[in-house]
Write a protein that binds this ligand. Structure first.
Ligand SMILES: *Cc1c(COP(=O)(O)O)cnc(C)c1O
Length: 368
């Protein structure tokens, strides 16, 4: 075919796309123009898998028939997770109240595909995790946000619910990127007022002292999502879960793909759940590093630091751009937000990595 005809065919293909797909740009991280030596941009755990767990994984892997499909809905993992949650929450949790996903992103997408029809509204806060908007728009939904400032009150949210009549609400607590908590009272008032699903994304709740899971049994429209990509240090295996009311879970399961988790994820997630003591130790270490980092960075007068309940610190202020440049020159990658005022988000890393950040901070202070 001549190249003209080929181009025509390419154009024709684009014409066939759903308008939502045509309108959206793919999710891409920031492009680096430096060699990344320390990555503090993704809120991952700085710790490698514990050696004992690696050894156990290798043993199980050797015995595993990788030519076979995994369990359809990861039944063994569901069972292990239900026992873990029963212990954590000090009450009986059944497998009928949980869904396991290929990362919690899969579950956020599934929630939208279950409830949102083209034109329906999804409500969330701003700033927050970008995937709520991405998945909503991809499904043809309309995304509306309420600014997370002093006006973020139950009364104001109630007014937004009346105005937009959302199908679904996502709240992220502790929030990415600011690390703030949304109060339990506010969430429960919303769960009472709103009749649709109210989803609390607790990707960072392991770094915090309270969570909403114990409230799920009294609020059938309240569900919580969690991930093993952050505190549990398993971003590479893609595992997250949702905990909610049995009726909600039963409906959501219809939208889930069979075999959504691969067998290696099944094995490793079970192992980490059965050996979770070390994760708790590591969480405490991150929390104490977070406090040190906050106290140091807070010495700079020109910034607004947000008190964080997660494993990162969010800073607003024009001069964050300069600090970012200094970090990048030293091979340290962080997240930045081009808005007014400019902002950055720094993941809490290992002790050595955080020292490198603070060394760059001294350099920044000397110049500013
Ligand atoms: C990282 C993150 C997720 C995604 O978790 P995965 O399980 O890796 O898909 C979900 N929500 C928030 C707020 C996050 O920061």
């Amino acid at each position: 075919m001549s190249s003209n005809n080929l181009n025509k065919k390419e154009e024709d293909l684009k014409e066939l796309l759903r308008p939502e797909v045509r309108a959206i740009s793919p999710y891409r991280g920031e492009v680096d123009n430096f060699e990344v030596k320390i990555n503090l941009s993704g809120n991952e755990s700085p710790f490698d898998l514990p050696v004992e767990i690696k050894e156990k994984f290798k043993e199980e892997f050797d015995q595993h028939d990788i030519n076979r499909y995994p369990e359809i809905y990861s039944e063994r993992l569901q069972q292990t997770l239900a026992s873990y949650l029963s212990q954590e929450l000090n009450k009986e949790v059944s497998t009928g109240e949980i869904i396991v996903g290929n990362g919690s992103d899969e579950l956020l997408d599934m929630l939208i595909r279950t409830f949102v029809e083209p034109g329906d509204v999804v409500l969330s806060q701003a700033p927050t995790f970008s995937m709520y908007q991405y998945f909503t728009e991809l499904s043809g939904g309309k995304y509306k946000e309420v600014p997370l400032n002093d006006d973020f009150t139950f009364e104001n949210l109630k007014a937004k619910i009346d105005e937009f009549e959302p199908k679904l609400i996502f709240l992220c607590s502790p929030n990415n990127p600011t690390g703030e908590i949304i109060s339990r009272e506010m969430i429960l008032s919303l769960a009472n007022y709103f009749s649709g699903p109210l989803i609390i994304d607790e990707a960072y709740a392991d770094f915090n002292d309270f969570d909403l899971m114990p409230e799920v049994e009294n609020h059938p429209n309240l569900a919580v999502t969690r991930t093993f990509s952050k505190a549990f240090g398993l971003a590479g295996i893609r595992f997250g879960y949702l905990y909610g009311n049995k009726v909600l879970v039963e409906e959501l399961e219809k939208v889930l793909k069979p075999y959504n988790l691969n067998s290696l994820t099944d094995i490793l997630a079970c192992l980490i759940l059965e050996n979770n003591d070390i994760i708790k130790e590591r969480i405490n270490l991150i929390k104490s590093e977070r406090q040190k980092m906050y106290q140091k960075l807070n010495q700079y007068q020109g910034w607004r630091l947000y008190p964080s309940m997660a494993n990162f610190i969010y800073i607003e202020g024009e001069k964050t751009k300069e600090f970012k440049n200094i970090l990048n020159q030293q091979g340290i990658k962080i997240r930045s937000y081009s808005k007014e005022p400019a902002a950055i988000r720094i993941t809490i890393g290992s002790r050595e990595e955080n020292k490198a950040v603070l060394k760059a901070f001294e350099e920044f202070k000397a110049k500013n």
